[in-house]
Design a protein around this ligand. Structure first.
Ligand code: SF4
Length: 364
């Protein structure tokens, strides 16, 4: 399978659905980690054609959804300091914080700008030497290399009016935390193929072995996902807890060493809070101490923030596969993409947004 059309071939998809039906003899719960896969599953109606007993639950693989409220609040506070330009990707600007989103800070007069890459923020810093340009750097192993590259360029060029507010997160520790949580029902994972292109699939071996779960590295097209499900169910039915790579066209066992080296140069692993979930040990990346001059958290004194989460939002449970978006009383009522109460409704990769967009609406 080398060409895009093959991954959307209806005949092939139908054959895989049939294969999945034949392979499934018992109830299983499989979590797709990535929000991109969640959207693909709902968009193509894969959740509607699963065999009886096979349940898909959504995982925490949406960078916008898991960025802690404190980080949004800190970004808003930095944006409101005189002389600062706060930059980030589009969705991040709409995420609600305790005092509103970054876009709301902009409506109050803060200089908040959407960028398409961290290098764009770097260019802004060069063009505005009398201003402090801060890039809100979030995301998983996929975005970390590009953000690390921008931080490295700023350090190499001695560009001291550029800094990063870093809130990167890592997938394997989150999987382990989900499996360790009391009442976890997840029997197997579809791992996000694009994350594996950077890390390879070897980092998942320890999770699979320790927790006794199969993990299948999977792509994002309907045929990719159905193929990943067939593989995951086959492993479950055979009682095999190992990692299988079904995204062979992009993923190597050890990933991308150059990207890993760049991340390693600039960032180090740290404990990280995940929005709605809490602190997961060794699940994040932060700038190394030797790059403190480019670390917005150290550079700007915005401590003393008391975050206040919406009391109605159950996004933390949704992100751990313990509730469906429609289980939330606010879903489709007080909370819609136009009036989001939580990050999972804001983000283009969020599970609540996917349910809303593809018509898995709450019944009155
Ligand atoms: S529907 Fe809205 S309020 Fe409910 S969990 Fe999702 S984001 Fe939170």
């Amino acid at each position: 399978m080398k060409f895009l059309a093959e991954y959307r071939d209806p005949e092939l998809a139908r054959a895989l659905v049939e294969q999945l039906r034949r392979a499934t003899t018992r109830p299983w719960t499989i979590m797709e980690i990535c929000g991109g896969q969640t959207h693909s599953i709902l968009r193509h109606g894969i959740d509607q054609v699963l065999p009886p007993g096979l349940e898909l639950v959504h995982g925490p693989g949406c960078p916008v959804c898991v960025t802690p409220l404190e980080t949004i609040d800190r970004a808003v506070a930095i944006a409101e300091l005189p002389g600062t330009i706060l930059t980030s990707f589009g969705d991040m600007l709409r995420v609600p914080g305790s005092r509103g989103s970054l876009l709301e800070a902009r409506s109050r007069g803060a200089d908040v700008r959407m960028v398409y890459s961290p290098l764009e923020a770097l260019a802004l810093a060069r063009a505005n030497p009398d201003r402090e340009v801060v890039f809100l750097a979030v995301g998983f192993e996929t975005t970390a290399p590009g953000n690390a590259m921008a931080a490295a360029a700023a350090a190499d060029q001695g560009l001291l009016n550029y800094s990063q507010l870093v809130s990167h997160v890592l997938v394997p520790p989150a999987m382990a935390a989900i499996l360790d949580a009391p009442g976890c029902r997840v029997n197997a994972f579809l791992a996000a193929g694009h994350v594996c292109t950077v890390t390879g699939w070897r980092p998942y071996e320890a999770v699979a072995a320790r927790h006794g779960v199969p993990i299948v590295a999977t792509g994002f097209e309907p045929v990719d996902i159905l193929d990943g499900l067939v593989q995951a169910v086959t492993l479950l039915e055979q009682g095999e807890a190992r990692v299988v790579n079904r995204y062979e066209r992009a993923v190597r066992p050890d990933g991308n060493p150059a990207a890993q080296a760049m991340v390693d140069r600039m960032y180090r692993v740290c404990d990280r809070k995940w929005r709605g979930i809490g602190v997961i040990t060794q699940s994040g990346l932060e700038l190394r101490p030797e790059f403190a001059a480019w670390d917005a958290e150290r550079k700007f004194d915005v401590a003393g923030i008391a975050p206040a989460e919406s009391a109605e939002c159950i996004a933390g449970l949704v992100l751990q596969g313990r509730a469906r978006p429609a289980d939330c009383p606010a879903f489709g009522r007080a909370c819609t993409p136009q009036t989001p109460l939580g990050a999972t409704m804001v983000s283009s990769e969020g599970a609540c947004a996917a349910w809303f967009r593809y018509g898995r609406k709450v019944t009155e």
